[in-house]
Design a protein around this ligand. Structure first.
Ligand code: BTN
Length: 265
């Protein structure tokens, strides 16, 4: 059993995010391991962290580059009492928590790209995925909130197809960061923001998301359920939808992949 570098940041208070951290040297995906741990009845706030993922999962069926020894790959088990339709808002809540945790090591260069990307200097340094697990009655049993943050990844270890698009804290700041400290800040911020959203809805966290939002006033194209929509971003709604000003008026986009004009120039 490898020693767990994250043991020192466990709070030990059941229900608090990061109260228990299950650490693995190598997994397919922390999402998959967390699904098994959740199935066995793990309490809210239980976390799975891996050093290396051989089949890291991104949104929309993409893979997540997960080399060992550099980054943070974590899945947090949540048991929110919310309708299924509100689950995507949790990835926005996690985005705010990730931004707040990284702000101290990468001040002034961090933005959030709706719905789930953490950017440093306009390049992707983190991603979030919120997977809903339902019971036999199609009720929400738990949410597996997967968070991947590129922390100490070196430029030479970025695959050629990701160069120019992806980055890390180390690449952008020239400094290495302490992964357990970042993880601890992330889980503390996530606990606070999640409690806020649970008590008052996503509307309570929305101003923080908009403060970090990379897209305000930018012209974007979004493909939602196969249909392309183009327009200028005017913010996000209290339900987490992206508000787009189009020729046909303001459109609310609930999910999709956003392409930003000039994002990687
Ligand atoms: C995305 O931007 O598409 C979401 C990426 C989410 C990656 C994280 S890493 C930890 C967790 N385990 C996975 O397999 N995926 C998420």
């Amino acid at each position: 059993m490898p020693s767990n570098p994250y043991q020192g940041i466990e709070t030990g208070k059941p229900g608090r995010i990061g109260w228990q951290i299950n650490y693995f040297q190598e997994v397919g995906s922390t999402q998959r391991v967390a699904a098994e741990v959740a199935e066995q009845g793990a309490a809210q706030g239980t976390v799975v962290i891996a050093e290396l993922q051989t089949a890291g999962r991104g949104r929309l069926g993409r893979s997540w580059h997960s080399p060992p020894g550099a980054n943070l790959y974590a899945t947090v088990i949540l048991r929110p009492k919310i309708p299924l339709i509100e689950v995507p808002c949790l990835s926005l809540v996690a985005g705010v928590a990730a931004a707040e945790a990284l702000e101290t090591v990468a001040p002034g260069i961090l933005t959030l790209k709706w719905p789930n990307d953490v950017w440093l200097n306009g390049r992707k340094a983190g991603g979030i995925i919120a997977e809903a697990i339902t019971d036999s009655r199609q009720q929400l049993a738990c949410v597996l909130l997967g968070i991947g943050l590129n922390l100490n990844l070196a430029l030479e270890n970025l695959p050629p197809d990701l160069r120019g698009k992806a980055t890390s804290v180390r690449i952008e700041t020239g400094r290495q960061c302490d992964r357990p400290s970042i993880a601890s800040a992330l889980f503390n911020r996530l606990h606070s923001r999640y409690m806020e959203a649970e008590a008052h809805g996503f509307a309570a966290v929305r101003p923080a998301f908009e403060r970090y939002m990379a897209l305000s006033g930018r012209r974007v194209a979004v493909v939602e359920a196969g249909t392309p929509v183009a327009g200028v971003v005017r913010g996000i709604g209290v339900d987490g939808a992206l508000l787009l000003e189009t020729e046909a008026g303001t459109v609310r986009v609930m999910a999709g992949d956003v392409t930003v004009e000039g994002a990687y120039d």
